[in-house]
Design a protein around this ligand. Structure first.
Ligand code: HEM
Length: 126
């Protein structure tokens, strides 16, 4: 059943599916494998998934658990391109649509898209 409400529990479960797919993707996967390895249960991914959960809970649920600079690590990846962002968004949209009912899905996707566009702007990729 598609979720009508975005909750911390369903964000956490969705993120695991999303990053499992990201790791398998030929274009986006290597960036993550380079920084964090290819196993979501390893000692790099575990804290990273918690950071991402806090990030989305802060974006969408009014939490204040994420207090970092989300753009930071992306400024150090000097070969990011619009194509990589497009692929990231494509996998993100597909995963969100499999988890959430239309209203919640639209909210989640619009937030992701606008953050991705903001990143691209800041990185000089637009
Ligand atoms: C081109 C697509 C992207 C790639 C290849 C990418 C890659 C990465 C990698 C490898 C890290 C981990 C860096 C580290 O800890 O060493 C990271 C961190 C992060 N990414 Fe992305 N990312 C992309 C797009 C996005 C988008 C669109 C968002 C948000 C909608 C996002 C949100 C974040 C956040 C919140 C962090 C954690 C930053 C922190 O607080 O340390 N990323 N990204």
């Amino acid at each position: 059943m598609l979720a009508e409400q975005i909750t911390k529990e369903n964000i956490e479960a969705m993120l695991r599916v999303f990053y499992t797919r990201i790791l398998k993707d030929d274009l986006v996967g290597p960036y993550f494998i380079h920084e964090l390895g290819d196993d979501l249960n390893n000692r790099y991914w575990k804290p990273h998934l918690k950071i991402l959960l806090d990030f989305w809970a802060t974006q969408l649920l009014g939490e204040e658990s994420y207090q970092r600079n989300p753009l930071g690590p992306h400024t150090l990846m000097d070969d990011l391109s619009p194509e990589v962002f497009e692929r990231w968004l494509k996998i993100f949209f597909k995963t969100i649509d499999e988890w959430y009912a239309p209203e919640a899905a639209t909210r989640f996707k619009e937030k992701g898209k606008s953050i991705a566009e903001g990143f691209m702007d800041e990185l000089g990729l637009t």
